[in-house]
Design a protein around this ligand. Sequence first.
Ligand code: NAD
Length: 292
Amino acid sequence: LDEQEAFDIEYWLLEEAKLQRMPKAKSLAGRVAFITGGAGGIGKATAGRLLQEGAAVILADIDEKSLEIAEKEFSQIFGDDVVRTVLMDVTSEDKVNSAFRFASLEFGGIDIVVSNAGIASSSPLDETSLENWEFNQKILSTGYFLVSKAAFSHMKSQSLGGAIIFVASKNGLVASANAAAYCTAKAAEIQLARCVALEGAPMGIRVNVVNPDAVLRGSKIWTGKWKEERASAYKMSTDDLEEHYRQRSLLKRNVFPEDIAEGVYFFAADISSKSTGNILNVDAGHAPSFTR
Ligand code: NAD
């Protein structure tokens, strides 16, 4: 190194050290996030991630007990002035609209909406009842329609733009055994997101999708029948499922609620200000780009 190069490096290192010591502004400070299914695995992890970045959150869920627990936990960490909960069923337009009104009144507006509340159910096609088919469509595609419609109206009237993120599923892009009703409903969510992105763009409303692969740990879905249904579809025991998902991924990793939350955070924050109508698969490299 000559003298000038050594000086430049030392100068750069000092500047870096200075930057490290400076308190970093939180990227979502002053923003308000409305999260459906906020008392469950992915929704709750997302709430934690957005709170860390300085956002205030409203957790909307049908599960009152889990809402209470989540509110208590988050209030202890982040303070009770940045966390609110609202009991809400995504299939009821009245309940969705009044939850949005409540959120907007509590925090003075809504900047980020995470449409995430959902279920999963699986059965072979010839054993899928009309009732089960309609149940999937109602909670997933219709629920996402009602939430995005309310989000869109709020953001439009605020004239400040906004970010809407759908937590859909890899199964909205690729077919999965014994899950026609679920896969179809998830595909509808993805196409809905594109349509809302198209209509929202002139108003600065960005709409993006995060597709998880199976998230077993932390998810309430997996403590129900879904685990057995999936194991039966893959003709294996429930104990082998996690390993099955790990092995079929390119990175040989399972995904967790916190991984999905990072994807949602990306689309919620200004770092993705040039992204709309996009899909991010958080699946350790499984679908849909690879034939294996
Ligand atoms: P979870 O069961 O842990 O959380 C879902 C939450 O949604 C729960 O708190 C539940 O009470 C709530 N909810 C269910 N029905 C509702 C309704 N009608 N109105 C309001 N809230 C309702 O499950 P999760 O794994 O966190 O799932 C979140 C989303 O991610 C779902 O849309 C799911 O389909 C999707 N997803 C999950 C996985 C996975 O393997 N866990 C994979 C791909 C996609």
